[in-house]
Design a protein around this ligand. Structure first.
Ligand SMILES: Nc1ncnc2c1ncn2[C@@H]1O[C@H](COP(=O)(O)OP(=O)(O)O)[C@@H](O)[C@H]1O
Ligand SMILES: [Mg+2]
Length: 486
């Protein structure tokens, strides 16, 4: 974090000091890690004791001290560390994050939102900006009211760029995030059907996502995906300059002649006000084209030139797991693990990438359910099954009860025999694949996060050679982020 005395932390958060007098607190500098997990605490850091549903963070203050933390932020007095006692930890996090950003005027904050692609775009943008200066971006998918401030606290006096992923589970969420990390550049990727169930309607999702560009200052930049009408319409909701990106003529930052190579990696001709360039992306799937255009817009605004931006794009590697993660087995089977999450748009994008990678090879789509679609659930699953048939995917394996309409949709669309099958769970899918995968096949795993397909994908990717140790359920790492929001 940028250096603050514990006294300043108390002033910023409106908290009171406990276990330390004012003069000592004024001399106690906190500039190490600010964390809510005591295991991540470190020297000169601040441990923030949250009270969760399962655990009370106050129980771990002494373990934070053992890790070297200098102080704690708490909601009650504890004696193991000097502390700042606040009324509300969330508000404490929010005001401290805002103070960090305000005290670092040279920092450029870039916010990213959208229904799909936030994390992918965040990783890509961070990789590009890092070539120009020290960059902080969330680990994994930390995009909530806790994840955002924790990301902000990683800013140091050297940091030049802060990339913030902003998710929303309802109206007002993104506005709140922008109060903690006020962006100068805001990227709006898309307004999808993901989580319609939670929001009630697509319009409500658009309203929630627009809060990012509403928060931009007049000298800021709104990067809008012109290919998505709901995003294009957000131009009316911002006082910032607008930069349209996309494939339509209207977009000043535009991709033309988009093509996918045999590994499903996109290339295109990039047109920008700063010139034209050929872009190749080392990532898989056409959806990265739109994401990369937004990255170009933000990078140019941050002062990078076109050449270095395009060069950085060409060498970016996927930083977060289970997003179109491609691995080659020794027996020639290609595994595409895109099972981080799924919604109708991202499943369509993944199926198209699978088919591009097919090229005469047998293609398998192992698809689990898409959650949080509310009343649309059956129709959306049915539509995916039909699309798989229309795209000529060789084999569709539908996993789990909720996803079942995919299999019936595929059958109604004319799939016959064992082209489209339904299995109850990931183990049954594994049994089927073990039996029937052949060298040279390409197999895609995709589902919402709970369906066990990430691990199935990892497991299948590790097979096809000498017998390997099975990954069993006990090895599942804890979810990388329990607070990921769409
Ligand atoms: N622009 C996009 N449109 C549709 N799907 C996308 C897009 N970008 C990424 N995806 C897919 O959406 C899924 C979630 O991607 P991720 O980057 O984690 O998005 P988010 O952080 O918004 O949940 C992945 O399967 C990914 O392949
Ligand atoms: Mg994310």
């Amino acid at each position: 974090m940028i250096p603050l005395s514990l006294k300043e932390v108390a002033e910023i958060t409106g908290g009171r000091l406990h276990g330390i007098d004012g003069a000592t607190a004024a001399a106690l500098v906190v500039d190490g890690p600010v964390v809510t997990d005591s295991r991540e605490a470190g020297p000169r850091g601040l441990y923030v004791a949250r009270v969760g549903e399962q655990l009370d963070g106050h129980q771990f203050v002494s373990s934070a001290r053992v890790q070297g933390a200098a102080a704690a932020m708490t909601t009650r007095e504890v004696d193991e560390l000097p502390c700042v006692v606040v009324d509300d930890i969330q508000e404490g996090l929010a005001s401290l994050a805002r103070a960090v950003v305000d005290r670092h005027p040279e920092l450029t904050v870039i916010g990213i939102t959208g229904s799909s692609g936030k994390t992918s775009t965040k990783d890509l943008l961070a990789a590009v900006l890092a070539t120009a200066g020290p960059t902080v971006a969330p680990v994994g998918s930390l995009n909530s009211e806790v994840g955002v401030p924790l990301t902000v606290f990683r800013v140091t006096p050297q940091t030049r760029f802060l990339v913030v992923e902003m998710g929303a589970r309802g109206i007002g969420h993104i506005r709140y995030l922008t109060t903690m990390a006020p962006p100068r550049i805001g990227i709006e990727l898309n307004v999808g059907t993901a989580h319609v169930g939670e929001f009630g309607s697509r319009e409500a999702i658009a309203t929630a996502k627009a809060e990012l560009v509403e928060a931009l200052p007049a000298d800021g930049l709104a990067v809008l995906n012109a290919d998505d009408p709901a995003v294009r319409a957000m131009a009316a909701r911002t006082s910032a300059r607008v930069q349209l990106v996309g494939t339509t003529g209207e977009a000043a930052i535009r991709a033309e002649e988009v093509r996918l190579d045999e590994a499903g990696r996109p290339a295109y001709t990039l047109h920008t006000p700063a010139g034209t360039a050929e872009v190749t992306l080392p990532l898989h799937g056409e959806h990265h084209v739109g994401n990369s255009l937004a990255v170009v817009a933000a990078a140019l605004e941050c002062g990078l030139d076109l050449d270095s931006t395009v060069r950085a794009l060409a060498t970016a590697t996927p930083a977060s797991r289970w997003r179109m993660e491609v691995s080659q087995r020794p027996d020639g089977v290609t595994v595409v693990n895109d099972a981080y999450n799924a919604n109708p748009d991202s499943v369509r994008a993944a199926l198209k990438a699978l088919v591009a990678m097919g090229h005469g090879r047998r293609t398998w789509a192992v698809l689990g359910s898409m959650l949080e679609l509310g009343e649309e659930s059956t129709t959306e699953h049915d539509a995916i099954g039909r699309l798989a048939v229309r795209l000529n995917v060789s084999r569709l394996v539908v996993v789990g009860d909720l996803a079942r309409p995919m299999a019936t949709g595929a059958q109604h669309e004319g799939s016959w025999g064992d082209e489209a099958v339904w299995v109850p769970d990931a183990d049954a899918a594994h049994a089927l694949l073990s039996e029937e995968l052949r060298p040279g096949d390409v197999v895609l795993f995709k589902s919402s996060r709970d369906a066990g397909l990430r691990w199935l994908g990892d497991r299948v990717a590790g097979e096809g050679a000498e017998p390997t140790a099975d990954v069993d359920a006990d090895d599942e790492p804890a979810d990388d982020n329990m607070e990921d929001a769409p």
